[in-house]
Design a protein around this ligand. Sequence first.
Ligand code: G16
Length: 550
Amino acid sequence: MSQLPSSQLRAYADAHPKPPNIEYQYGTAGFRTLGSVLDSVLFRVGVLAGLRSKRLEGRTVGVMVTASHNPEQDNGVKLVDPRGEMLEASWEQYATFLANAPTTDAFLDVVDAVVKNTKIDLSRPARVVYGRDTRPSGAELVSALEDGLKAIGAETRNAGITTTPILHYLVRAINTKGTAESYGEDSEEGYYLKLSGAFKKLIAGKTKPEPIVIDCANGVGALAAEKISQHLGDSLPMILENTATTTKGALNYQCGADFVKTGQKLPPSLADKLKPGQRACSFDGDADRLMYYYLDERGHFQMLDGDKIAALVASFIVDLVRLAGLEKEVKVGLIQTAYANGASTKYLSDRLPVKCVSTGVKHLHHAAEHYQIGVYFEANGHGTILFSRETLEKLSTHEPNTPAQSTALNHLVNLTHLINQTVGDAISDMLLVEVVLTHKSYSGAEWNSLYTDLPNRLVKVVVADRNAFKTEDAERRLVSPAGLQQKIDELVRKFEGGRSFVRPSGTEDVVRVYAEAAIRAQADELAYRVGGLVYDEAGGDPKGRPKEFV
Ligand code: G16
């Protein structure tokens, strides 16, 4: 193909018309909205994925159909670049333009413009691997995607129903197959073998962990956890809960990482099952986020969120680097967002460089690439650790001087296999946490005592137009609506240890408000009062006013 297959594209595009009066946006994690209005978007993303692969000389790109933590009726789609990372930011605008072209003619014009602007050699092959989560709308949306892939003439591989992190793994494994940088066998089985093999090496000779309770959010993580559990055997006994992947309405409902983090409470389905002190964790709907928790001896819920995971694993890595005698050559850095609890930032800043960036894995991932070892975690439990190419090389060539150095070096090498470096991965992150807890012989309570969280509260406000909210300074300050930030500042000053910020969500049609303060009641009050300001300033929808400030 040296020219666009225009009549083929037209015929397929006519079968997937864009609904009028809907404006799509490639946001924090791709397109995300009601599954029922995404048919044309999926078709067009198929075409774009083909073009992206051609632009990258036929390297395989990925497409994941998921709305992750969102409610079951939502769905979404995001593109994965060849190293398993999120789509290059400059291409997000093409995705948005393509999705919003009102007619087939307009769509073909945008396709043509993308080809010209990005200088695509159309004679190159297009290769795309795609997968989806368990949402009921997934099958039809995948068939729209497949039409887009056929229309642009892509070679395809269907990864079926799988987790987002496994799809990212597959993309990297396919593209590095047979090279010195091979990421592993390019199959789901290859993923399980790689992670479980590394886990077993890392805990060899240690006391086996007690069973862990896993809330699978009634999503695809249940299927993946079941499979990896077979590989892990008694090296990590798992009790899988919320595994109803085919029950209508069950996905993410009253369970899952987002439910736990936002509500700061246990999924009700675990209330009678969890014993005090027992470790438990929640995945989200596509198993790329992880939240840990336990009940203390008084039966009170204690949450170990993404910040606590970062504190645990970053300190472990820093110690290993030092023990391996590499601290002069290998610098470890940590990336957080404005949602990071102030107490975590303080704890971690004493141990390693900490940087704050905007919400969205893509921002954290790119910032983490600037370190030899970059640890990134969002407070919501989304994160991973990146080892730079030179670090991987150093770990494989470094000559240890002592047995202790050799052990630490081995652990670091095994961690590079355990950690899914393409994106946050609930299963890989859970295994990482289990390794650290095993090495340190930590209970949940000991881990929790690394630092004490400042009380905090997150609320959502439904407003007329969330795009009216613009931020700066890594989303810590509002620049519009005009004057609102000053009002927030005045309010925050009245609360001891107060901090609050407001930002539009990129995955839900809401504005998010975060607040923390020295005591719980104040954090709650600050969040609801800032929420009230947002509501009053921005023409809030009466349905969106959280009941606490009605
Ligand atoms: C996605 C992104 C995360 C982000 C989250 C919430 O997560 O990948 O980086 O923190 O959305 O974003 P927002 O506050 O903009 O809605 P997931 O797990 O839903 O894919």
